[in-house]
Ligand binder design. Structure first.
Ligand code: ZN
Length: 288
């Protein structure tokens, strides 16, 4: 199933006979038995009922999906974390050793933005960088997952950007990852939350990051140093996760900071982030 947040309402995205995406309002299609709050679809307890609704719906009777109205599929994650250095290409370009265990930082929920929202780069900060990522959303309480059952805790996958102020992130004398990656709008996600069963191979998702027409990043989650199940196992040894918690799973090589010459975001840039089987997010950079 594919889910989205249409102007604050939970919807199922279903293709009609012509392959056109239609927006099925979950509350109305379920005769009021399921909530209009997008929180409804990050709770795996609701998925059996959602699957019934998805099967029973006549897609052609619902409005054509207007992408411009989409908000973040998980607009208020209880917690958000990002993984540093999870692709070898990014570790190499950063001049760092490969990690032997995951390194994480917080992405506080104020940073979450929609798939077509502007990214606001604060005026006077000149090292704002892009990081295309695959984002996972938990769907039920999870402690001490195993590699085998890790995926069963996840409600879905979406596209994300882990926008970063490099000047702030590496400001001496100590580093400051969480703040530098959690400014308002620094965590756009979307356009859809896609359940893992929709993918041909959920452990091989293709990820592409384009800035103003130039392909900057291109990778596959099969290249991750710590796979999605491995991250879930490692994190849930120490922390309990639950419905709506998000993890940005890391960015591949090609970020602006590591390029020669460096390529930081400027006013008017268009960031396009695609995950195969999920779709494409488009975020304009606005300096103010
Ligand atoms: Zn990142």
């Amino acid at each position: 199933m594919r889910f989205a947040n249409l102007h604050g309402r939970s919807i199922l995205v279903v293709a009609d006979a012509d392959g056109l995406d239609r927006a099925v309002d979950i509350e109305r299609a379920s005769d009021g038995t399921l909530s209009s709050d997008p929180a409804v679809y990050v709770d795996l307890a609701n998925h059996p009922r959602l699957a019934e609704v998805a099967t029973g719906v006549a897609a052609g009777e619902w409005p054509v999906l207007d992408l411009a109205l989409l908000g973040a599929p998980v607009p208020r994650p209880p917690k958000g974390l990002g993984v540093g250095l999870n692709y070898r290409t990014h570790a190499i370009e950063s001049g760092r050793e490969f990690p032997t265990e995951p390194h994480l930082f917080g992405k506080t929920n104020n940073c979450v933005a929609g798939p077509f929202d502007d990214v606001i780069a604060p005026a006077g900060r000149h090292e704002i960088d892009f990081e295309a990522e695959v984002v996972i959303a938990f769907g039920r309480t999870c402690t001490r997952a195993t590699e085998t059952d890790a995926w069963s805790y996840l409600a879905g996958v979406t596209c994300g950007q882990d926008i970063s102020d490099r000047g702030e992130q590496f400001r001496p004398p100590i580093k400051q990852f969480t703040i530098a990656k959690s400014y308002d709008t620094f965590g756009p996600t979307g356009p859809f939350l896609v359940t893992p069963d929709e993918f041909d191979d959920r452990d091989a998702l293709e990820l592409t990051g384009v800035v103003s027409g130039e392909v900057m990043q291109h990778a596959n989650t099969s290249d991750l140093i710590f796979s999605i199940p491995a991250l879930v196992v490692w994190l849930t040894r120490f922390m309990t996760f639950g419905p709506g918690d998000l993890v940005w799973t890391g960015t591949p090589g090609g970020v602006g900071e590591a390029r020669t010459p460096q390529r930081f975001l400027v006013d008017g840039d268009l960031i396009e982030t695609t995950v195969s089987g999920v779709g494409t997010m488009r975020n304009r950079v606005v300096v103010r």
